[in-house]
Design a protein around this ligand. Structure first.
Ligand code: URA
Length: 241
């Protein structure tokens, strides 16, 4: 880095945290690909793990994020929503489950994953020997698209800063991305979920396992076996197996 190096947005913590996240992802990717030639000692790994945490505004917290979302009108979804579905669970969860967006029941109650797909997710969490209170559950978008249509790119773009803040504040060791929208958005890719699932990726230095969405499993029960394989890989890394 040259001595006159200046990152273009050093006055913007959000971008700086994103930049360190990308560098972290790259270094962890190289390490996990078996590359050597850079410092992989435990000490460096620990430094890397904590790197960038200082870029969270000192007084930020999940209640503040929730407060900032009150009455959000950043996209058109505010018009039909009954509730913003912020997310719930342990503030210090080791794993965060990220879904797509609220459905009918979630919009009615303001809670994530409480409908049929949610009941299946709860069973998956229990199969990991955890409860919903042990983990954190949230979505890419926080308001229900009318008729449960797919979220539009501009809706995802408007809502992502909230999720980024949530994840940076929780600082989980793992993310489980549920379905196409969660996996593709967090990894900034259009690779199909069928190719992303079953392998660990990185989101801002956090190990991330994409798997099929519980709603998809309700329609394609033969894919449950794949999801269980993905979840077992996650459990192994979480020392739950
Ligand atoms: N599907 C999701 O992706 N999220 C929910 O909260 C409920 C259903």
């Amino acid at each position: 880095m040259s001595s006159n190096y200046q990152y273009k947005t050093t006055d913007n913590w959000e971008d700086l945290a994103g930049l360190t996240g990308e560098v972290k992802d790259l270094l962890l990717f190289l390490k996990n690909s078996g590359c050597s030639g850079f410092d992989c000692t435990e000490n460096s790994q620990n430094i890397l793990k904590n790197w960038g945490k200082g870029f969270i505004a000192a007084d930020d917290n999940l209640d503040q994020v929730k407060h900032d979302m009150k009455g959000c009108r950043l996209c058109g979804l505010h018009q039909d929503r009954k509730h913003i579905v912020f997310g719930e669970g342990a503030f210090n969860a080791k794993v965060v489950f990220v879904g797509e967006g609220p459905g009918f029941e979630e919009d009615q109650t303001g809670k994530p994953f409480v409908g049929k797909a949610g009941q299946l997710l709860t069973k998956i969490i229990q199969a990991m020997n955890l409860t919903r209170d042990d983990v954190y559950i949230c979505n890419i978008i926080k308001c229900r698209p009318p008729g449960n249509r797919n979220p539009k790119p501009e809706e995802i773009q408007a809502c992502m800063p909230y999720l980024r803040r949530q994840i940076r504040l929780i600082q989980p060791d793992f993310i489980c991305a549920l379905g196409t929208f969660a996996a593709q958005t967090l990894l900034d890719t259009d690779t199909p979920i069928s190719r992303l699932r079953g392998k660990f990726h990185f989101y801002e230095g956090i190990r991330m396992m994409p798997t099929y969405h519980p709603s998809y499993l309700l329609r394609n029960s033969e894919k449950k076996r794949d999801v269980w394989e993905d979840i077992k890989k996650l459990m192994k890394e979480m020392d739950l197996l």
